[in-house]
Write a protein that binds this ligand. Structure first.
Ligand code: ADP
Ligand code: ZN
Length: 725
């Protein structure tokens, strides 16, 4: 009798499919197979072999295998199976997330259509090639001199062959992947030297970090500018075997090409990158190198944690508190938490580095699960910045900026230094209002107002991307007194450009960085060190190392003070301290001016002392008193439907069907943004002090709801360890 195999498909179905395996096919766990599916065929992944099929059913046979080896090694299958049951997401969709797009679509696992080529950054040169390889030398020289990627067509026209291209690619001298950081000038100061000697403080931290013997998880609590990146480099150099693989997770790659450049200085072409801007063939190339067990150090964003490493020896999660590690849709995993799981599976160390640890991680350290390693001095002469609160309740503001802020900016520029102005909203103003009748432009599809973008004369919804021309005459009363209210980056940029015409004002937000390469141009200007003003959203706070920024101005710090979301204060404190950490990273001392309407708020006065750990302890105590995460486990059932009644009715039923247990249940209630893109959203929050029992209840709930017929247009999902409530 032929064997039976169980196959997972890339579909949002919480079920697997059984097939029979033809005798001539040797099937392996994790292998890609072609199977008949309904009237068509589909690509699937083998998740179980030798299962007993239900009696009396004749199974269809597997058609063929995509390749003789398993696309996903057993370790990766185990990781994603665990994640699938922890996050209650269909196994098939979880597993397919570990494949590059080309393989998800059923394409062969080989590179072809090589189209564009770059010379690798370092360190080989044409002189290292054998003397006889003239054509290869010429090709390498051509690519090294090129300022951008050269299309294969063009190379062919110049008489080069695919074989020559392949030969250089095999030696990692050229690649299809753009070497990040290529356009960045050598970082200022000593950063460009390949082997910096660790400072005494760094050395103490390095000594405290565990060796690569078995599993360990460490929280590297290193204040901003303390040299965490340098420490990661030394640590990997020390612990990573020459055949080993390492994973370095970062929140953002494109914004901080310097980081990748620093890694390349140490590890050359062993560095590969993984992020959303790669195209399908770049992804396939990197995926194959990882899957083939090449000794790569992969620097990547969230989904890099799902790649099929086969020789993982160390994991670093930089800025572990960053909310981008949690996927916000579909398979809602936390890359940080999966990194820890993976380290345990691979019996290797994981380092969670940050200046502002998440409360979850701090609690794990307090409970002795993670080792806490401190790095509390800045590198060299740099000192922690001086933070000041400025109450703006009765002060006149232009472009959101008070007179003292403007004076500080002027003084900083006159001293030939740089300024960073942080403001948490893009666009010109969050509201356009008629001062005759009070009418406010609102999104017709969402419960929110439209943001005014003056440059494009447009009103835009930041939730659904709806857009309409801005009005000068009120659509309701025809009055002509329509004015923007509140602050956005565009407005602050405009005021600063008018007030300081002699220096460049550079805006960094999602609008200004959309064009490819624009962020590199901006970073280049900042890295030149010449006086300038940077205006931006969270994007300016993330990981940058600008040694000549000595003043940071926070336009308004009050966003998180009175939010209903229990995580808001934590996130506000983290953002404020991260953005403050951009000041005074070089030899010159840094100043931070925080504008607020609540200068006596205890949270802000503690921030002004720059003491993150004592704020975090207060916030943790509050969470414990209120029985919130990390002291209890939380999950949110989210539902959206064409009407709020339908969404709430569904969740009401879910609530009724929950077993009698020690769950704490809130809701159902409309979500904070109750209507988004014409969908009405509601949520039911579940909390339990027993993670395992919450997980079992959720699994039962999913199985139960999957059996039901839902009202038309209703969609629902489970969000485990949610970041938003
Ligand atoms: P963090 O990631 O902790 O904010 P970085 O790793 O970016 O800090 O380091 C801050 C600055 O200090 C960088 O410019 C880096 O090149 C420099 N630096 C770090 N370690 C050393 C060292 N041991 N000697 C000299 N400069 C260093
Ligand atoms: Zn909208």
């Amino acid at each position: 009798m032929s064997q039976t195999v169980r196959v997972a498909l890339n579909r949002p179905l919480r079920r697997l499919f059984d097939y029979s395996a033809p005798d001539d096919l040797e099937l392996i766990l994790g292998q890609r197979v072609r199977i008949p599916f309904g009237p068509r065929s589909a690509t699937g992944l083998v998740v179980d072999i030798g299962v007993t099929p239900p009696e009396g059913i004749t199974l269809k046979p597997v058609t063929s295998v995509a390749e003789p080896w398993p696309a996903l090694p057993a370790e990766t299958v185990k990781l994603l199976s665990w994640a699938s049951s922890y996050y209650q997401h269909p196994l098939g969709e979880c597993l397919f997330m570990a494949l590059p797009p080309a393989l998800r679509k059923g394409r062969p696992a080989e590179l072809k259509d090589r189209d564009k080529w770059w010379a690798a950054n370092e360190p080989a040169s044409a002189d290292d090639l054998p003397g006889k390889a003239h054509k290869q030398q010429a090709l390498l020289r051509l690519l090294k001199d090129a300022t951008q990627a050269v299309p294969w067509n063009q190379l062919r026209q110049q008489g080069f062959t695919l074989k020559q291209v392949q030969a250089l690619a095999d030696k990692s001298l050229i690649s299809e992947v753009e070497p990040p950081g290529m356009e960045t000038p050598a970082a200022t100061g000593s950063a460009a030297t390949p082997t910096l000697t660790l400072t005494a403080a760094q050395q103490r931290a390095a000594d405290a970090l565990p060796e690569r013997k078995g599993f360990s998880a460490s929280l590297l609590y290193g204040i901003t500018g303390s040299g965490k990146t340098e420490l990661y480099l030394h640590y990997l150099k020390r612990e990573l075997h020459e055949n080993g693989q390492a994973l370095v997770l970062v929140p953002e790659i494109n914004l901080t090409p310097q980081t990748v450049a620093r890694f390349r200085k140490y590890f050359g072409d062993r560095i590969v990158v993984w992020h959303s801007a790669l195209n399908d063939s770049q992804r396939l190339e990197t995926w194959l190198r990882v899957r083939n067990g090449e000794p790569v150090i992969l620097i990547g964003t969230r989904s890099a944690v799902l790649l099929p490493f086969t020789a993982l020896q160390a994991i670093v999660v930089d800025e572990e508190h960053d909310s981008s590690y949690k996927q916000g849709e579909g398979f809602r995993y936390s890359a940080r938490d999966l990194a820890v799981f993976r380290a345990r599976e691979n019996q290797c160390p994981v380092i969670l580095g940050t200046a502002t640890p998440s409360l979850e991680t701090l609690q794990n350290a307090a409970a002795g699960k993670y080792l806490k390693v401190d790095l509390t001095e800045r590198v060299g002469e740099a000192r922690p910045p001086n933070l000041r609160l400025l109450d703006i309740r009765s002060r006149p503001l232009t472009g959101g900026l008070s007179r003292p802020a403007m004076e500080d900016i002027r003084a900083t520029l006159e001293a030939n230094q740089q300024v960073l102005v942080y403001i948490n909203r893009r666009g010109f103003a969050p509201v356009l209002m008629c001062f005759d009748c009070g009418h406010i432009a609102e999104c017709p599809h969402c419960d929110t107002h439209l943001t005014y973008h003056r440059r494009d004369r447009a009103l835009r919804c930041h939730h659904c991307n709806y857009q309409q021309p801005a009005f000068t005459r009120c659509p309701k009363c025809s009055g002509e007194a329509c004015k923007p209210v509140g602050q956005g980056t565009e407005q602050t940029e405009e005021i600063l450009t008018a007030s300081f015409p002699e220096v460049p004002v550079l805006r960094i937000d999602r609008d200004s960085t959309q064009r490819k390469g624009s962020i590199q141009t901006i970073l280049k200007q900042v890295n030149s060190g010449a006086p300038c003003i940077l205006v931006g959203t969270q994007m300016v706070a993330k990981g940058h190392d600008f040694p000549n920024v000595t003043l940071v101005v926070v336009v308004n710090a009050d966003g998180g003070l009175f939010s209903v979301d229990f995580r808001a204060p934590e996130q506000m404190v983290q953002t404020l301290l991260q953005v403050s950490g951009r000041a005074g990273r070089g030899a010159k001392p840094g100043q931070v001016l925080i504008q607020t309407c609540h200068s006596d708020h205890p949270l802000l006065t503690t921030i002004a002392r720059g003491d993150y750990l004592s704020i975090a302890r207060q916030l943790l105590a509050e969470r414990e008193r209120n029985g919130l995460p990390p002291f209890r486990s939380m999950a949110v059932i989210r539902a959206e439907a064409p009407t709020m009644e339908a969404a709430l009715a569904f969740l009401d039923q879910v609530r009724k069907d929950l077993p009698d247990s020690k769950l704490e249940i809130w809701g159902p209630l409309p979500a904070t943004l109750a209507r988004k893109a014409d969908r009405h959203r509601a949520q039911l929050v579940l909390q339990s002090s027993n993670r395992g029992s919450l997980n079992r209840i959720l699994a039962q709930l999913c199985a139960h709801v999957d059996q039901q017929r839902l009202s038309p247009g209703l969609r629902w999902l489970v969000d485990v360890d949610p970041l938003e409530t």
